[in-house]
Design a protein around this ligand. Structure first.
Ligand SMILES: NC(=O)c1ccc[n+]([C@@H]2O[C@H](COP(=O)([O-])OP(=O)(O)OC[C@H]3O[C@@H](n4cnc5c(N)ncnc54)[C@H](O)[C@@H]3O)[C@@H](O)[C@H]2O)c1
Length: 153
């Protein structure tokens, strides 16, 4: 499964998988992606990664063995204006996805890390080492729950 497979990076990932003879299924909420980016013949599930039950059902229905997670809210400027929204999409969304994967018995994952900024009183510049920085949070999620060498349907 490729989350965000209707987006810029995800649609290329889907093409690379299918070109390599690996079946793919796309899960995307089309918040910034386009269904027309999904190659013909690739199954498409319209859902948010925050919808754990829908994601779990899709993983089971399509016999998914691994996930490449490209569904991210990447807009650095917006993440400053809408930090809670961005946190939900990128951090909670990844946790929901991992929960659905665990429920469905899918153990292989690759997460395309999201870059966004968090303003913190008294500190300037990038907050890479801040405990609430998305990259830090996602690396912790990866370290505890996700490993593997390939992603297939
Ligand atoms: N574009 C780049 O050059 C680049 C470089 C490095 C990393 N990244 C990261 O890769 C990821 C994808 O980037 P992109 O350029 O393809 O962005 P994009 O906006 O083109 O694609 C993101 C896709 O995810 C979908 N999506 C967003 N939130 C979702 C949700 N909650 N549930 C389901 N689908 C959701 C969108 O509809 C879209 O199709 C982002 O995390 C970005 O930070 C991008």
């Amino acid at each position: 499964m490729v989350t965000g497979g209707a987006g810029y990076i995800g649609s290329h990932v889907v093409r690379a998988l299918t070109d390599g003879g690996i079946d793919a299924v796309v899960l995307d909420d089309l918040s910034s992606g386009f269904e027309s980016f999904i190659p013909e013949g690739v199954p498409f599930v319209k859902a948010s990664i925050l919808e754990t039950e829908k994601v779990r059902a899709a993983l089971v229905e399509h016999g998914v063995q691994g996930v490449i997670h490209c569904a991210g809210y990447k807009y650095a400027g917006e993440s400053v204006k809408l930090p809670i929204h961005t946190y939900r999409q990128n951090v909670e969304g990844t946790a929901c996805l991992l929960e659905a994967m665990a429920d469905a018995g899918v153990t292989q994952a690759r997460v395309l890390l999201v870059r966004w900024r968090l303003r913190h009183p008294g500190r300037r510049g990038r907050q890479r080492d801040h405990p609430h920085h998305a990259g830090v949070a996602l690396r912790r999620v990866q370290g505890s729950s996700a490993s593997g060498s390939s992603a297939t349907r």
